[in-house]
Design a protein around this ligand. Structure first.
Ligand code: DGJ
Length: 325
């Protein structure tokens, strides 16, 4: 089997380039589902799946300009094309499984395809992880701007939507309602005026970590992270991780890997090509932690998966996980 090299174009099992940018992963029934942006043709978001994080099978374009639409409780525009009939812009899709409703719920950053002034979020749902998602429209949470975003799910099912507000100056944490279809409340505003983007949240040994980038368009910059004892509690001052370009990456997601008593964390990131978006690639790296819980990222040209020391023997059968430990 081939080794995946970080920063190269990766291909699915049909030989097509994988388009899952700004994405996330969800573990369900023995598969990792990888969702991400696909800006080609009528597509918005594509889904791939893999049992080993290396061989990726294309499943479906789960959200396109032709996706079915349906109103939810939130009054929201349901159009998936803009006023000129062109494509809108859907960035950083994140998907959670709601065990109570048995729905897969997707939140994503919405823009009108012309500029970044809508600064909205959008929601879609599906009964299966890789089916045609039903679009429920876009809105501004409590009227706030909402750009780069992520989702985080606690083990008890409580979920949070995190997004950049106030022209990216601040990061907001919103608790979601039980069915994940609307926001319950704004529970935190972080790092005001520090312009953090690309949030990725996970929990390790009871500590919550949020990785972020600075706000420099498609250009990479120094990654920073904060920690907290609860999502709605006090978060630390930001500390640096990786190098001054975070090894030419921007965070997309952190995927917990391995058994609960031997948990490791995979940093899933984009290496954007600002000249040719479709030439953007992925960089997967292992996060490491020091005795004080400090987080570190070192570069490795190889993706740290099965066959690589430290992963094969630990196995990747980690039950179902989506960001927590
Ligand atoms: C940085 C964001 O993280 C990306 O998702 C994208 O919105 C670019 N900015 C656009 O410049």
């Amino acid at each position: 089997m081939k080794t995946l090299k970080n920063g190269e174009l990766w291909y699915d099992t049909q030989g097509n380039v994988i388009h899952a940018h700004g994405g996330c992963m969800l573990k369900k029934d023995g598969y990792y589902y990888w969702y991400g942006e696909n800006r080609n043709d009528d597509n918005y978001i594509s889904c791939y799946r893999s049992a080993d994080l290396r061989e990726w099978e294309f499943r479906r374009h789960i959200l396109t300009t032709h996706s079915p639409v349906s109103k939810s409780r939130v009054k929201a525009s349901l159009t998936l094309v803009n006023e000129k009939g062109g494509k809108v812009n859907l960035e950083r899709p994140k998907v959670l499984y709601n065990a109570a409703t048995k729905k897969y719920v997707l939140w994503v950053h919405y823009e009108n395809g012309e500029n970044y002034r809508e600064a909205a979020c959008a929601v879609a749902t599906c009964d299966v992880p890789d089916g045609d998602f039903v679009y429920h429209g876009h809105f501004n949470p409590f009227g706030y701007m909402s750009r780069d975003c992520t989702l985080f799910q606690e083990e008890d099912g409580t979920a949070y939507f995190i997004s950049a507000a106030r022209d990216n100056a601040d990061l907001h944490i919103y608790r979601l309602q039980e069915d994940y279809l609307n926001i319950d409340s704004l529970v935190n505003r972080l790092w005001q005026g520090e312009y953090r983007e690309a949030p990725a949240v996970f929990q390790r040994n009871g500590t919550y970590y949020m990785l972020t980038s600075f706000c420099t368009g498609w250009k990479p910059n120094q990654g920073k992270y904060g920690t907290a004892e609860s999502m709605d509690g006090k978060w630390s001052i930001l500390k640096e991780f990786g190098d001054e370009t975070t090894f030419h990456t921007q965070p997309a997601f952190v995927m917990p890997i391995g058994s609960p008593d031997n948990r490791e964390f995979l940093y899933i990131s984009d290496r954007w090509d600002e000249e040719d978006y479709n030439h953007s690639s992925y960089v997967f790296l292992k996060l490491t932690f020091d005795a004080e819980g400090g987080l570190h990222l070192e570069y490795d040209e190889n993706v740290p998966l099965e066959g690589r020391k430290g992963w094969k023997e630990k196995g990747i059968d980690d039950g179902e996980a989506s960001g927590n430990s």
